[in-house]
Design a protein. Structure first.
Length: 316
């Protein structure tokens, strides 16, 4: 499932279309009637954690406020809408059991608290699957044959053609109408309003630290890749209880989360792939054998986790 940096990239791809009217729609979604989007104006685009929200209004109505311009948008205004940057996530490591990862992500997404205002509305919420993506002004093409030997291009869930002639294509995502976005910037690791104190309190719980890091109530946008990488960077074993770690260790882990996520987004916006140090690796950068396990609370979702027993020793 795309994590916070990827969804921020998707939001930047949609931003140039804010203010434009939908001229034609398509897609395979059965969760919404895609034809309802015909002749509507894209009013706003926002991202919160792993969710993208697009607001639509009647075309002859007032445009209203658009998404705020951020420093990142100004930095990459020309590159973010480039078709070449609309592809899906590039992780420079082999995928391991993608079906299992997808199942775990779906279980996780179902466990997330509902939007503050569910029900009919003018906001369309997008929650992306493991290979979910958005492309601007191009379609995704098959880069290898499927199990049957066919070269079939991915089928879009939604295609929005705009009056300007440009278009957006959404792949492997679930869509739902809602009255407003679930907006809690204090929990978003990529937000300038991220609340460090709240996050540190969550990390101090007497539970394995790898459980707390995936709690979207406090670390919105932080996913399994970020979790694995920052635990390695901070030299913390994933099953270490947060309550036994020194305050300085928790501060360092939080710094790693923010810095790694920001650097990942920075590189993505420049077309660079991710080169993980521990995620899906057999050896750590120092040459030690890496262990892998499916970790998670007994009553919750479990995720594949990689760690180095030598660099990340267990704390008794």
């Amino acid at each position: 499932m795309p994590e916070g940096p990827s969804v921020r990239k998707f939001q930047l791809l949609t931003s140039p279309f804010v203010g434009q009217v939908v001229a034609k729609v398509g897609g395979s979604s059965r969760k919404i009637n895609v034809n309802d989007l015909n002749a509507l104006r894209l009013q706003d685009s926002q991202v919160h954690g792993k969710n993208l929200y697009l607001a639509f209004v009647v075309a002859d109505g007032p445009l209203g406020p658009t998404a705020e311009e951020t420093v990142l948008q100004k930095e990459v205004a020309s590159g973010a809408s480039s078709p070449a940057q609309g592809g899906q996530e590039q992780v420079c490591a082999p995928q391991t059991h993608p079906q299992e990862e997808e199942l775990q992500e779906l279980q996780h997404s179902r466990s997330e608290p509902p939007d503050a205002a569910e029900g009919p509305g003018n906001w369309l919420r997008f929650h992306f699957g493991l290979f979910g993506s958005i492309r601007a002004n191009e379609f995704s093409r098959a880069n290898k044959a499927n199990k049957r030997g066919d070269w079939k291009d991915p089928i879009p869930r939604l295609v929005l053609h705009f009056e300007s002639g440009g278009f957006l294509v959404f792949y492997n995502c679930r869509m739902q109408w809602c009255s407003s976005p679930r907006a809690d910037p204090a929990s978003d690791i990529l937000s300038v309003e991220f609340h460090r104190g709240q996050a540190l309190d969550a990390l101090r719980a007497p539970d394995p630290i790898c459980y707390a890091l995936l709690d979207q109530r406090y670390f919105s946008g932080l996913g399994n890749i970020i979790k694995n990488e920052i635990l390695y960077l901070a030299k913390i074993h994933p099953l270490t209880q947060g309550s036994v770690l020194a305050p300085s260790d928790l501060e360092r882990l939080l710094d790693c989360a923010i810095q790694f996520s920001s650097a990942w987004l920075h590189n993505k916006l420049r077309g660079k792939g991710l080169h993980p140090q521990i995620y899906q690796k057999e050896q750590c950068p120092l040459g030690h054998a890496v262990m892998k396990g499916t970790l998670g609370p007994s009553d919750g979702f479990k995720r594949l986790t990689w760690w180095c027993p030598q660099c990340q020793p267990a704390v008794l």
